[in-house]
Design a protein around this ligand. Structure first.
Ligand code: FES
Length: 106
């Protein structure tokens, strides 16, 4: 199975985008020109993280934030740094860039 999320260039530096995929809801973040993809599932209660579409980052754009209880996660490791699930992690999703598209392959 394979899901093309978007063109890599459609994910601007310091922004995030949410998608539905064959492994369920996911989101992608570009930070310091690296791309990260995680399952859209807070380790606290298993809910989607965003309140507004495509907004997965805190107001400074430095951390991933869960909108339900405010847990904050490292963008590069997915580890929860503060909040009710501190020490737990988001689930990273492997991807490849195929034909310029961020693509989930499994
Ligand atoms: S559901 Fe995400 S912090 Fe509680």
């Amino acid at each position: 199975m394979m899901t093309k999320l978007c063109k890599a260039t459609d994910l601007a530096e310091g922004t995030s985008l949410g998608f539905l995929s064959h492994v369920g809801p996911v989101f992608a973040v570009r930070f310091d020109n690296e791309i990260y993809v995680y399952k859209n599932e807070c380790p606290h209660l298993g809910v989607n993280l965003e309140f507004n579409e495509d907004e997965f980052l805190d107001s400074e754009g430095q951390l991933i934030q869960c909108s339900t209880h405010g847990a904050l996660f490292s963008i590069d490791s997915g580890k929860c740094l503060s909040g009710p699930c501190q020490g737990d992690s988001l689930t990273k999703v492997d991807f490849e860039i195929i034909d310029d598209h961020i693509t989930l392959v499994s």
